[in-house]
Design a binder for this molecule. Structure first.
Ligand SMILES: [Ca+2]
Ligand SMILES: [Ca+2]
Length: 100
């Protein structure tokens, strides 16, 4: 299931989190190269090491999921809309990792 790869990538995007951190700010700050407050597909991809077409397609799928209103940019509003859904998956993933 493709959507499951999204929280994993988001986790990597957000880096190691503490409870007081705002992951949305952290994600945007990390990817927003030109500091206009939104992340375009080129900015998003510039942080990825893409070694195959398949991988490129996968990252683009992630980008499209994160770009909730489909305007071609990941903004704070996009992330705030989808974050509650992803949060559950991220928490699940954390628990699974702790169990190991
Ligand atoms: Ca930008
Ligand atoms: Ca958007």
């Amino acid at each position: 299931m493709k959507i499951l790869s999204v929280p994993l990538i988001l986790l990597t995007m957000a880096g190691s989190a503490t409870a007081s951190d705002d992951p949305i700010t952290r994600i945007i700050n990390r990817y927003d190269v030109d500091r206009d407050g939104k992340v375009g597909d080129v900015e998003f991809m510039s942080h990825k090491i893409v070694t195959s077409k398949k991988q490129f397609k996968r990252y683009m799928e992630v980008f499209r999921v994160l770009d909730d209103d489909k305007d071609g940019y990941i903004t704070r509003a996009d992330l705030e809309r989808i974050y509650p859904y992803l949060q559950n998956l991220i928490e699940l993933n954390k628990k699974n990792r702790q169990r190991r």
